[in-house]
Design a protein around this ligand. Sequence first.
Ligand code: ATP
Ligand code: MG
Length: 213
Amino acid sequence: MTITIALSKGRIFEETLPLLNAAGITALEDPESSRKLILTTNRADVRLIIVRASDVPTYVQYGAADIGVAGKDVLDEHGGTGLYQPLDLNIARCRMMVAVRDDFDYESAVRQGARLRVATKYVQTARAHFAAKGVHVDLIKLYGSMELAPLVGLSDAIVDLVSSGNTLKANHLKAVEHIADISSRLVVNQAALKLKHDAIQPMLDAFALAIKK
Ligand code: ATP
Ligand code: MG
């Protein structure tokens, strides 16, 4: 019986490696240098697949991967259908924020009940946030580089992930609202958890012990 673990390249892969090691799993290839999308590990019964960050929940939902690691940002957008989310891994931490141009008076725009144009990759998250505040928005779906949108007049505001704030600063933007704290979660296919319980449960236990507080 093979266990397939879905990860995305970059910080999630790097920050998940120590947790895998704690469960006795070592990747034998590096996705940054290899073009392979299926990576072997030291364990014949465990393989890693490399997918887009936003595709991780989909692979796990359909059982193409048994386990995955996905940001809460991605899980909120996906909705979480069919996914068991047993652990907050406390990695890839950042914050979902509303940001505007330095010279944009967000407070008074909101106070005056202006209709805001908001560009984001996180349409569901943004819709829920502004609906809860009673702010009317037109959402513009983007796939990346959200910081550009207010600079060229595509939108008044963006909803995006912020960690250091350096990218905002470099583009003359300011964060004006905190929507959520984000970290990556372990997701498990619910059927796989039952059918492959003897293989998966010890991994979950090892991950739980290795999580940094
Ligand atoms: P893709 O490159 O496939 O379009 P992406 O750009 O969303 O996807 P990353 O930027 O690697 O992928 O982000 C992957 C995950 O890492 C995000 O879903 C989020 O949970 C987390 N993340 C994103 N930006 C940061 C950040 N600045 N600091 C910490 N964690 C972050
Ligand atoms: Mg990226």
